[in-house]
Design a binder for this molecule. Structure first.
Ligand SMILES: *Cc1c(COP(=O)(O)O)cnc(C)c1O
Length: 376
């Protein structure tokens, strides 16, 4: 029998901030046979056979050793890949870990009595809505202020003079920009991102989780501006969600700060081996990217023919306003047919479905199901 104490015990042992916290809600990962999973933007193709071999051959007696603490060989390989120095790169347990480290390294938690404009800015995490739904959670965990600025109806990047008339804070300690945007898939021109970066005074993270499916990337901005970091991941485009490897490219001073506060062995050894093997097989992945982009355009065309509104996408998913039923009804009707998509119960996104581009066969089944639901 557990000894009982009074009142809200053991609830009261938890920090009030944590007690009230709403954690991040990940997309469903159900284990259902025959399910077509178009809800979490995973790559439908497996990793290259060479990558799987590299993971297998690393899984031996050496598992008892700690991995390389700084993931140094991977940093060096990435430095070569991006024409920069290893000091410009930090590897994380997924880019999610690095995004969390950035809030801790660059943002002051909210303090009572700190009300000058400068103090508020130092405590502020800023991002557009809708964008990656992890950002507000990271701000809340840290006890920072959040500044959310609505994207326009077409989800394009607002120009600086438009932002000046809004609640946008050019001095926010940390600004996250998802580019291409998720969930809309809207691509942002590097030229426009450069103007925004030039106007920001705080750390600005360009979250390029989907950039391999886009026409251009903004890596050069991380080299040009001392306060700009580009975030990349092996998860989506490189079929390695399971392994959890992401990285930042930025100025050695900012990267060094993140390096000081990370766990000593934050990146597991099999993940390091997988990411290294991935970099030496880039050709395999480039072929996948063009297949997915082609299928994205074909699916867009097919859906437009049956009256769906599809936003132009630069990512491996499309954000559609369906015809006939509401987005929520479409989500349920597709789910009944074992096709999983993502519906966000948030004002700007409620009337749309986000659909990951799967294999040719999956997209054919998706279109067949969609036409049949529309006929009913
Ligand atoms: C999936 C995703 C990430 C996280 O990727 P991991 O490297 O798997 O942690 C970061 N940003 C955006 C916008 C994403 O969609």
């Amino acid at each position: 029998m557990m000894a009982k104490r009074k009142g809200s015990f053991p609830d009261q042992l938890i920090r009030p901030l944590v007690r009230k916290l709403h954690g991040y809600v990940p997309g469903e990962q159900p284990n259902v046979r025959g399910l077509i999973k178009l809800n979490t933007n995973e790559n439908p193709a497996p990793p290259s056979p060479k990558v799987i071999r590299a993971i297998r051959s690393a899984a031996d007696r050496r598992l008892r050793f700690y991995p390389d603490p700084a993931a140094q060989p991977l940093r060096e390989a990435l430095a070569k890949f991006h024409c920069c120095r290893p000091e410009n790169i930090i590897i994380g347990n997924g880019s999610d870990e690095l995004l969390a480290l950035a809030t801790r390294a660059f943002v002051e938690p909210r303090q009572a009595g700190a009300t000058t404009r400068r103090q508020v800015a130092k405590q502020t995490v800023q991002y557009f809505t809708p964008s990656y739904s992890l950002y507000p959670v990271l701000a809340d965990i840290h006890g920072a202020r959040r500044n959310e600025v609505k994207l326009p109806g077409n989800f394009e990047l607002p120009a600086s003079d438009v932002l000046r008339k809004s609640n946008w804070n050019f001095s926010a300690a940390l600004t996250y920009i998802t580019t291409p945007n998720a969930p809309s898939g809207c691509g942002y021109a590097t030229r426009d991102l450069a103007k925004l970066c030039a106007a920001q005074n705080g750390v600005t993270i360009l979250d390029e989780a989907y950039v391999d499916f886009a026409d251009e990337h903004a890596l050069r901005l991380a080299k040009r501006f001392q306060h700009v970091i580009v975030s990349r991941t092996f998860s989506k485009a490189y079929s390695l969600c399971f392994q959890r490897v992401g990285y930042f490219v930025g100025h050695p001073t900012l990267i060094g700060a993140l390096d000081r506060i990370r766990d000593s062995y934050n990146v597991n050894g099999l993940g390091q081996a997988a990411a290294l093997a991935t970099l030496s097989n880039i050709g395999y992945y480039r072929k996948q990217f063009s297949r997915i982009v082609r299928l994205r355009e074909e699916t867009t065309g097919a859906l437009e023919t049956i009256g769906f509104d599809v936003l132009p996408s630069q990512a491996n998913f499309i954000f559609v306003e369906p015809a006939g039923l509401t987005a929520e009804e479409w989500f349920r009707a597709l789910r009944e047919r074992k096709i999983l998509t993502r519906w966000f119960d948030a004002s700007k996104a409620r009337n749309r479905l986000r659909i990951t581009i799967g294999t040719e066969a999956e997209m054919a089944r998706f279109l067949t199901a969609t036409r049949s639901i529309l006929r009913q």
